[in-house]
Write a protein that binds this ligand. Structure first.
Ligand code: DON
Length: 608
């Protein structure tokens, strides 16, 4: 394999040859029985065909629109956003309305009781990064998740101690106050309407089914989400009167109710009942922060993503700066050579991420190194093209839990060219499974994103350092990476983001590389199988059926340990062994939009 220490020059947006895209689509071999490993993969100049069989096609037409577009994991929520655009709202109004709708129809991830990050790029080209991440309560301590013997307990993932001070409500309010044009009441109302009843879909049933034992442990949670002690059936009307009342107060009183009023009192009472440490003072002191975006160049495209306390933007920058030293377009999409280079770059960037990154308000960060070409040169120089570098300090006993806990991403554009990308989370499915009694929403378990004990993996298998230890009012390190990309001329080009815990960063970057390096369209970029490496455990993960046997063999010959993700039970709703739920919008050369929601979780993109 030949290294090409050059900048690959892909044709700028708009000149990606349509013929190549058609070739890629045509190259997709017909589905065949048997595992993907049974069939060789035919790689082409266009970047290669998806393996055989692979459930997602390369030739599906994207959703197209000219006036605006909303891509989310849920059809109701996407429709709410498009309705707000049609009513004269801008992308921020639509994003806020969509986020609140997701808190109702997607309670496993959309939330009032969690937090997240919002990237906004206005039509005037200014870019804004809003941090509405949860914070540790004032009474939190570095060793609060250790037992008497110093071992990590499950208290960071389940129950009342797992809860960080929620930021979503403040985030939605601040974003609307700063950039919205419609009255606040108008953007909250659709969520109230949905809380008064919506038709249960397969995703809600499936996730409740999977989480029901955890939910049942908390009577207030079971009362709302397992009515009659059962998971609601598909087609049932699911009403959430307590949540509707919270949203009505939010509509009428703004965030004061949530942070200082009746809802705050309900949250504090829930904390006291369950032995939590979050207080009225914690809620009262919560504020969002507007931060400088993490901005970097990738082959002439400008990528804007979240800075710390999300690790997403800086880690993507570090990976991109290393990968950029090779012409991966020429090496081919998902060839062993390209995956090797990606895995080696992921490994190095995650090693730094896991050690150095944390809340910038508490810890000094080596931000410049993450963005530095010189540092990337030094890191790239340690990559052998013929051999995987073992991750230092490999612990083969570390188990990786990369499966689908819950976060959700949504992308919104309006006809004027304003763009919003939001990733939000309660961390695990339905957070720590605690519903605030009388308020009807789940609280997060995002405290698990802190380092409970240096060197011990969290629920995503991330082995993180002491800088990310729990501390009063500190924000826990995140991987959430809502991202907006400009083309080489500085025009809005892509919005992308995904859930997936530690895999978020590599998934988002692959969605961009699929377009920039491999010339894929928006559907192909979302459908393409993905790989992942996070330094520890020292494994290249790939999606179930995502790599042909020959590619796996070639990677193993280079010294990688390669692991196919577990497909899970055959009747699982989510396509088994998959990672992520990308919601992507691309601006076309004529200014129109193409968009696609990841079929891995069955979302929907709606345009107008
Ligand atoms: O902030 C983070 O990195 C995690 N709390 C995200 C969790 C997540 O993506 C779970 N969803 N699949």
């Amino acid at each position: 394999m030949t290294a090409r220490p050059i900048r690959s020059l892909r044709p700028p947006r708009g000149t990606i040859p349509t013929l190549l895209l058609l070739a890629l689509a045509a190259c997709q071999p017909p589905a065949q029985p048997g595992g993907a490993g049974d069939a060789p993969s035919a790689f082409t100049e266009a970047g290669g065909a998806f393996p055989v069989p692979w459930p997602f096609a390369a030739d599906t037409d994207p959703v197209t629109a000219t006036e605006g577009m909303v891509a989310t994991t849920d059809a109701y929520a996407s429709q709410v956003g498009v309705d707000i655009l049609a009513a004269g709202g801008n992308a921020v109004d639509a994003a806020v309305a969509t986020g609140l709708a997701l808190a109702v129809v997607n309670p496993e991830a959309g939330n009032l009781g969690g937090g997240g990050f919002m990237m906004v790029r206005l039509a005037d080209g200014t870019v804004h990064a809003q941090d509405h991440r949860e914070k540790a309560p004032i009474a939190a301590t570095a060793d609060m998740y250790l037992d008497g013997d110093g071992n990590v307990t499950d208290r960071s993932t389940v129950g009342h101690l797992a809860v960080g001070v929620p930021g979503s409500v403040a985030g939605m309010w601040d974003a609307h106050a700063r950039f919205g044009v419609l009255p606040w009441a108008d953007v909250v109302q659709p969520a109230i309407d949905l809380a008064n009843g919506f038709e249960v879909n397969v995703r809600l049933v499936s996730t409740l089914d999977a989480a029901q034992n955890g939910i049942r442990a908390f009577p207030a949670s079971a009362r709302v989400f397992l009515p009659g002690d059962a998971v609601p059936a598909i087609g049932d009307t699911f009403s959430q009167p307590d949540l509707a009342a919270v949203l009505t107060r939010l509509r009428d009183q703004g965030p004061d109710d949530f942070y200082r009023g009746e809802t705050a009192a309900l949250i504090a009472a829930e904390m006291e009942r369950g032995g939590g440490i979050m207080t009225l003072e914690d809620l009262d002191r919560y504020t969002t922060v507007w931060r400088d975006p993490a901005t970097f160049d990738y082959r002439g495209y400008t990528i804007h993503s979240m800075p710390p306390p999300s690790s997403g933007g800086l880690t993507m920058a570090a990976i991109a700066n290393i990968v950029e030293r090779w012409d991966v377009a020429d090496l081919g999409w998902n060839t062993p050579e390209t995956i090797h280079l990606m895995a080696e770059s992921f490994r190095r960037a995650y090693a730094d991420r896991n050690e150095y990154l944390a809340d910038p308000d508490f810890v000094e960060l080596p931000t410049d190194e993450f963005l530095s070409e010189t540092y990337a040169d030094a890191r790239a120089a340690t990559i052998s093209l013929d051999r995987a570098t073992p991750s230092s300090d490999v612990n083969p006993g570390i188990e990786a839990f990369l499966d689908e806990s819950h976060t959700t991403h949504y992308s919104v554009v309006d006809g004027a060219g304003n763009a919003v990308a939001v990733t939000t989370s309660v961390n695990s499915w339905y957070g720590g499974k605690v519903v605030v009694d009388g308020a009807g929403f789940f609280l997060n378990n995002t405290m698990d994103d802190f380092t409970a004990k240096p060197g011990t993996p969290n629920q995503f298998g991330l082995v993180q350092g002491a800088r990310n230890a729990v501390g009063p009012e500190k924000r826990m390190l995140s991987a959430m990476s809502p991202t907006i990309v400009e083309d080489p001329d500085g025009n809005l080009f892509l919005l992308t983001g995904t859930p997936g815990g530690s895999t978020i960063i590599t998934t988002v970057l692959q969605s961009i590389m699929n377009v920039v390096d491999h010339g894929m369209n928006v559907v192909q970029a979302v459908h393409a199988p993905r790989v992942h490496h996070q330094h520890l455990p020292d494994l290249v993960f790939y999606e179930h059926g995502g790599l042909p046997t020959a590619t796996v063999d070639a990677l193993e010959a280079l010294g990688h340990t390669v692991l196919e993700r577990d497909p899970g039970p055959p009747d699982a709703y989510f396509t088994g062994g998959m990672s992520g739920d990308v919601q992507m919008i691309m601006v076309m050369p004529d200014g129109s939009f193409t968009g696609w929601s990841d079929p891995r979780r069955g979302g929907k993109t709606v345009g107008r």
